[in-house]
Design a protein around this ligand. Structure first.
Ligand SMILES: O=C1O[C@H](COP(=O)(O)O)[C@@H](O)[C@H](O)[C@H]1O
Length: 258
């Protein structure tokens, strides 16, 4: 059955990092409330890079129900969990060490499989299947929220410009050993997983992102990886950015309100 056309992205731009962080926290709390009321759990995927520190508005916030969070990684570098390149280590240092998510609800890669990328990706996919397929019987998992970053080349998760994985339309988790950004070995959500989420939010800040954000939002026809994120209805894509990053963007902004 054909899906209705995706909704256009909603762009929120904030004058400074502080207002971006607090608005993002309010947005996440609304998503959490709806998910918990409906299903008793909140399924979230996080990215590495600059994203985890933007979640600081949740730390110590009385409305966060950390025990309801079930966390996966939109992508992970295939390194030991104490390696400085690990997205899990970054998220642990920045967030998990400061909040009370039950450890079994934080889904890290199986590091006994670091030398077998395919098996490691399969195993992570099976964790997703355990979390989603039995409960929702869906062809693809439907995350309540996927939080993404955008790299300076327009990549998101570990989906890089020109890479064959941009065309992967079957698997939930793909692997690569030729990431142009180190480290080379990674696993990543595929587009079908990202694009079946109820909400996908990119978070990007700083003048360093200005040209790429303009290209991704104003010239989606160029097909950069971040422009290919188009959640299927009823899913919705949001951009949470600061004015420094959106300075050159023509795409219309929406005033933030919940
Ligand atoms: O390598 C990665 O990069 C992207 C973008 O990082 P950022 O520092 O430019 O925000 C990140 O979203 C991804 O999780 C990570 O593995």
């Amino acid at each position: 059955m054909a899906h209705p056309a995706p909704h256009p992205p909603i762009l929120y731009s904030f004058p400074d990092a502080g207002s971006l962080v607090s608005s993002l926290a309010s947005f996440i709390l609304k998503a959490q409330k709806e998910a918990v009321e409906k299903k008793g759990r909140f399924t979230v995927a996080l990215s590495g890079g600059s994203l985890p520190k933007m979640l600081s508005g949740l730390i110590g916030h009385p409305s966060v129900k950390w025990d309801k969070w079930h966390v996966f990684y939109a992508d992970e570098r295939v390194v030991p969990l104490d390696d400085p390149d690990s997205n899990h280590l970054l998220c642990t240092d920045t967030l998990f060490s400061k909040v009370a998510i039950p450890p079994e609800q934080i889904h890290a890669i199986d590091t006994s499989l670091l030398d077998d990328l395919e098996e490691l990706a399969d195993t992570y996919e099976k964790e997703l299947i355990r979390e989603f397929a039995q409960k929702d019987a869906a062809r693809f998992p439907v995350f309540d929220l996927i939080l993404l970053g955008m790299g300076p080349d327009g990549h998101t998760a570990s989906l890089f410009p020109g890479h064959a994985l941009l065309a992967e339309d079957d698997r939930w988790i793909a692997w690569l050993d030729d990431s142009p950004k180190p480290p080379p070995k990674r696993i990543t959500f595929t587009y079908p997983v990202i694009n079946h989420a109820l909400r996908v939010a990119f978070v990007a800040s700083g003048a360093g992102k200005v040209e790429m954000l303009r290209t991704v939002l104003d010239e989606p026809e160029k097909g950069l990886p971040s422009s290919r994120v188009k959640p299927v209805s009823p899913g919705q894509l949001y951009w949470f950015v600061d004015d420094a990053a959106s300075a050159a963007v023509q795409y219309s902004r929406t005033a933030f309100k919940l």
